[in-house]
Each structure stands twice: as C-alpha cells, then as structure tokens.
Design a protein around this ligand. Sequence first.
Ligand SMILES: Nc1nc2c(ncn2[C@@H]2O[C@H](COP(=O)(O)OP(=O)(O)O)[C@@H](O)[C@H]2O)c(=O)[nH]1
Ligand SMILES: [Mg+2]
Length: 184
Amino acid sequence: MEEPGTKIPVLCLGPKGSGKTTLLKKLQDVDSVDNTFSPVPTIGTNLYDIGYLNKQGKKQMISIREIGGEMAPLWHNYLDGIEKVIYVVDTSNLCQISGAAVLLFTLLAEPRLKNAKVSLLVERKNFILVLSKMDAAYRQMRNEALLMLQFARLSTELGNAPELLEASPLTGEGIDKLRTFISM
Ligand SMILES: Nc1nc2c(ncn2[C@@H]2O[C@H](COP(=O)(O)OP(=O)(O)O)[C@@H](O)[C@H]2O)c(=O)[nH]1
Ligand SMILES: [Mg+2]
C-alpha cells in the first residue's frame, strides 16, 4: 500500500501494452523467467519497489510508479517531484508509435520535468526512452520507430533529450543498464 506523502521519484510511462509491467517486474526479480501469465493491462497505477546498489555499494530501494497509457490524460497529475522518467515504447507495434511520439513530446515540453533535471541531476539525463520487445525483426523496426519518434532531431535540438536504452523485458536484456539509470 502506498503511504500518504510517500515520495515516488521515478515514473514509468508509455502506451498500453508496451511492456512497462513486464520490465518493472523483471527489474524487481531478475531471475523471473516469464511474466506472460499476466497479460492484463494495468488499470490505474502500479507501484514497484526496486533494489539497487548506490555509489558506495550500499543496497538502496527506490519506488517507481507505472501509469498505463489509458491514463495519459492524467499523467500530468503525477509529475511533481519526479526526478526520472522511463518511457517505454514497443518497437513491434508501430501502429502505436505516432501516439507514443505525441505523448513523449508533451512530456519533454513539461516545465516540471525540466526543473527536476536542472535542480537534481546536473548534466545527467533524467529521461530514458526504452525501446522494448526485441526479436529477429527488431533492427528494422527499431530504426522505423526512432524515425517516427524523430529521435535524431530530439537529440540534437533538445538540451534534455532522452537517453536511449534497448531492452527486452522478457529475456532481461538491457535490464542492467536500466538499473544503472535508476541508481545514478
Ligand atoms: N514478445 C515479447 N512480449 C513482451 C515483451 N515484454 C512484454 N511482452 C508482452 O506484452 C504484453 C504487454 O506487456 P505489459 O508489460 O503488460 O505492458 P504494459 O501495458 O506497458 O504494462 C504482455 O503480454 C507481455 O507478456 C517482450 O520483450 N517480448
Ligand atoms: Mg502495465
């Protein structure tokens, strides 16, 4: 249960079915084999406590809030005090990309997220874009997705352009990098 006033510093956003829940469950338990048994979309928001090692090698916990794509009109209610955003896009579902792009641009233009970066994470990027669901046809889909998200332009034109991370929530590929992003 979420305690009133608990600070949730990390948000995990992205369209419905892009793999947020699977990714966060994998972060919680790297050895979990398969989460496909629960293809139920997240209704409302979910909280995940994730363990990581800090710079001193000490174990720490951080809370991440997942908010489903169907709640996108309400995302702005959850931006206060946010230090990092994990934005998950499914490269195997290109039909979703234009919608995902609009929501991503809206978030990147959000003043509250800009302030978070300046005051809390000088030089460090506070935004990560996760392309999920890697498979054989992945490369081509990824390039297509990056094109549609105008990623090259974001990187050159934005001071707070998202970092790119590729991950497979099912196999756990890329999970270590995601944990590093969270822990920095
Ligand atoms: N093939 C494949 N399917 C995945 C992967 N990650 C998630 N899925 C499936 O995609 C569906 C939606 O995932 P979910 O994590 O619930 O998405 P969410 O709505 O963003 O939380 C589930 O049936 C997952 O098992 C992946 O890396 N590869
Ligand atoms: Mg979910």
